[in-house]
Design a protein around this ligand. Sequence first.
Ligand SMILES: C[S@@+](CC[C@H](N)C(=O)[O-])C[C@H]1O[C@@H](n2cnc3c(N)ncnc32)[C@H](O)[C@@H]1O
Length: 280
Amino acid sequence: MLSYRHQFHAGNVADVFKHAMLCRLVLALAKKDKPFCMLDTHAGLGRYDLTHAWSQKTAEWRHGIGRVWGRADAPAALHPYLDVIRAENPDGHLQHYPGSPWLARKLMRPDDRLVLCELNKDDCAALKLLFTGARHTAIHNQDGFHAMRAALPPQERRGLTFIDAAFDQADEFGRVTRALKEAHTRFATGMAAVWYPLMAPAAMLAFRRSLQAMGLPKTLQLELSVYPEDWTAHIRGSGMIVVNPPFGFDREAPPLLDWLWRAMSPENEGGTRCEWLVPE
Ligand SMILES: C[S@@+](CC[C@H](N)C(=O)[O-])C[C@H]1O[C@@H](n2cnc3c(N)ncnc32)[C@H](O)[C@@H]1O
């Protein structure tokens, strides 16, 4: 039974963090001539109308993209992400927020391939509609964890597996950890990125240790939180594990995270992290 609907959360602090980093990974892959493939195991709707009642109800986007999209002083490396959002809102009013599939497709080249899985039937139908006529884009109403078996390794032998699970079920940390292991086993030279919500420090330590015990190659851990560690009212921030990150990403990411954190944390609470979980 699927209970999670991303419409409530689209454009929030976690989305801005996740999508800003995702765009850098996609652009790094697009630097080389050879085409690549991105598998988005949990694709969502693809694009969100922030005037929708669910977005208005939580107003989470106001604390996320609402604080970032109009800023003229964003670092150049964030421009491609912000430019996609601005192109979706040409009249200068923030109404449409692109999800991971739309951001990725906009930054990929025509010959790069995008594979999207979305288990919710209605969301998947909306995603198919959004991508009507899109080249080299496959959309499956399928469990993204299972889809990895058929999709990996991609024929291009270059690419990114992006695992952005809903975290609405017990042991989702265990599931994404196993999925990361499977992605790496099937496609050892590929890049893989897993998003996760920040939970209690003990749970985070256990997650970190289980990842370190898996025999992964070089792996970075990125985090951005805008609330203190003992915050429990709602998620205080989120993180991303990146296996086989692009060369130099450990130096590129920290100033971007810092700028995003300052923009979205007016109280200067929480903070950022960019650390090797498995060193180079
Ligand atoms: C966090 S949202 C994805 C957001 C999207 N990746 C983005 O960044 O715009 C998680 C999505 O996964 C879907 N979902 C839940 N379980 C799934 C599964 N096993 N396989 C594929 N999709 C699933 C949910 O319906 C939801 O739309």
